[in-house]
Design a protein around this ligand. Structure first.
Ligand code: DGL
Length: 256
C-alpha cells in the first residue's frame, strides 16, 4: 500500500515511526509543510488551505490513504478534507480516552498547540470521556520552533518549560498526553520537571490501528514494498543532510 502522511514539519515523524513498526511493509510518502510551519499559531482557514494542498499532493502520488500526522491539522481540517477527497483521510487525536481509562486518581495533563487547545474537537472529546474532570490542558506554543531546529535538550528548552509549567504541581499528575506530534521529542526534558514516574502517551498507535482497519475494510493488501520518500511542501527531499536529520529523529524516538 502507498500511505501518505503530512504534518507542518518534523512532528509527524512520531506517527511515521509508529507506522513503520505496526505496518512495516508499506511505501510511505511523508510531506512536511516546511513553507508554512508552525500550524499551531495560524487560523483554521489557513490550515485548511495548507492541508488541502498536502492531501492533493499525496493523492497525486497515488496514495491509498492519507494520515494527518498532526493534531492541529486534524482539529482544524479533518472534516473539511473528508468532504473534499474520496481517499480515506485518517486523523490523530490526543490520547485522552486511553489516559482516562488507564489513569488512576491523579490528574492528566494534555499539552498541545494553541489551536488544538482552543478548538471544539478537543473540548468535545474531553467532555465525552472525562467524567471525573481529571483533565487539564496546556498550550506550549514555543516547542515546535525548538523541534524544527532539532533542539530537544538544552538550557533554553529547560528554561522555557520551567516557565510554561510554572503553575503545574507535578505531584498532582500521573499522566502526560502529547497532544502535538512534535512534543514526544521533549520527553526527557519534560521528565525533568514532571518527574520520572509520569506516564507519557500519544495518539499515534490508535491512529495507525485505525488506518489498518480502514485499509483491511477496503480490501487493500500489504505488498512488501517498504520505502519512505520525504517531501517538503511538495518538493522531493534529496539532500543528504536533511535525509540524515529525518533519520536521526526517527532514531531519537527510539531512545526516549
Ligand atoms: N505537529 C503538529 C501537531 O501535532 C503541529 C505543530 C505546529 O505546526 O504548530 O499539532
Amino acid at each position: 500500500m502507498k500511505i501518505g502522511m503530512f504534518d507542518s514539519g518534523i512532528g509527524g515523524l512520531t506517527v511515521l515511526h509508529t507506522a513503520i513498526k505496526m505496518l512495516p511493509q508499506e511505501a510511505y510518502f511523508y510531506y512536511a509543510d516546511t513553507d508554512h510551519v508552525p500550524y499551531g499559531t495560524k487560523s483554521v482557514e489557513e490550515i485548511r488551505r495548507y492541508s488541502e494542498e498536502a492531501v492533493s499532493f499525496l493523492e497525486s502520488k497515488g496514495c491509498d490513504a492519507v494520515v494527518i500526522a498532526c493534531n492541529t491539522a486534524t482539529s482544524a481540517a479533518a472534516a473539511y478534507l473528508r468532504e473534499k477527497f474520496t481517499i480515506p483521510v485518517i486523523g490523530i487525536e490526543p490520547a485522552v480516552k486511553p489516559a482516562v481509562e488507564h489513569g488512576g486518581n491523579k490528574r492528566i495533563l494534555v499539552i498541545a498547540t494553541p489551536l488544538t487547545t482552543r478548538e471544539k474537537k478537543l473540548h468535545d472529546l474531553i467532555e465525552r470521556v472525562d467524567e471525573a474532570h481529571q483533565v487539564d490542558l496546556l498550550a506550549l506554543p514555543e516547542l515546535v520552533g525548538f523541534a524544527e531546529q532539532g533542539i530537544f535538550e538544552s538550557a533554553e528548552v529547560d528554561a522555557y518549560l520551567k516557565r510554561a509549567l510554572a503553575d503545574i504541581q507535578p505531584d498532582m499528575y500521573e499522566t502526560l498526553v502529547f497532544g502535538c506530534t512534535h512534543f514526544n521529542h521533549f520527553a526527557k526534558s519534560l521528565r525533568k520537571i514532571l518527574g520520572d514516574t509520569i506516564q507519557m502517551i500519544d495518539g499515534s498507535e490508535g491512529t495507525i490501528r485505525h488506518l489498518k482497519h480502514r485499509m483491511e475494510a477496503a480490501g487493500k493488501q500489504s505488498e512488501d514494498c517498504f520505502s519512505v520518500e520525504y517531501f517538503q511542501s511538495g518538493r522531493k527531499v534529496n539532500d543528504p543532510a536533511t535525509l540524515e536529520f529525518y533519520q536521526s529523529l526517527l532514531k531519537h524516538l527510539e531512545e526516549l
